[in-house]
Design a protein around this ligand. Structure first.
Ligand code: FES
Length: 144
């Protein structure tokens, strides 16, 4: 049912835990299953994601997708991170069962929420060209 990659990221999650010096934190949840994901980003002055951490209170697929998402955005620019789609995360994990696709959506949304928070904390507006990419649903609104 689950690929080797999913099982690997589930049993050995990368970048798990809170980042004390994060300057962007996002939290999203899925109202149906009740799972919650938190993403912590440390973004440097050049807009590069220096460090990433995550905490997921949820199913195994949610843990695996958040772990994979952190690996995919670490060292990347804000723009690149905003381009991260749940489909790309699923592909990197070599697939997820259909009923678990919504778990990967949570990972994409958490990254976007953290980037939005980064701009909020800085007290600056997110550049217009990024705003569209950053659209996401707030905590408890993410559905399948
Ligand atoms: Fe809810 Fe996986 S079952 S995120």
């Amino acid at each position: 049912m689950y690929t080797e990659k999913v099982l690997d990221h589930f049993s050995n999650p990368r970048n798990m835990g809170e980042l004390q010096d994060a300057n962007g934190v996002g939290m999203v949840g899925n109202a149906k299953c009740g799972d919650i994901m938190q993403m912590f980003l440390k973004i440097d002055d050049d807009g590069i994601i220096e460090d990433v951490g995550f905490k997921t209170f949820g199913c195994g697929a949610a843990i695996a997708t958040s772990s994979m998402a952190t690996e995919m955005i670490k060292g990347k620019s804000i723009n690149e991170a905003l381009n991260l789609s749940n489909a790309a995360v699923v592909e990197a994990l070599e697939g997820l069962p259909p009923q678990k696709i919504h778990c990967s959506v949570l990972a994409e949304e958490a990254v976007k929420a953290a980037l939005e928070d980064y701009y909020k904390r800085k007290g600056v507006d997110m550049p217009e060209e990024l705003k569209k990419k950053a659209e996401h649903k707030d905590v408890h609104e993410v559905q399948e």
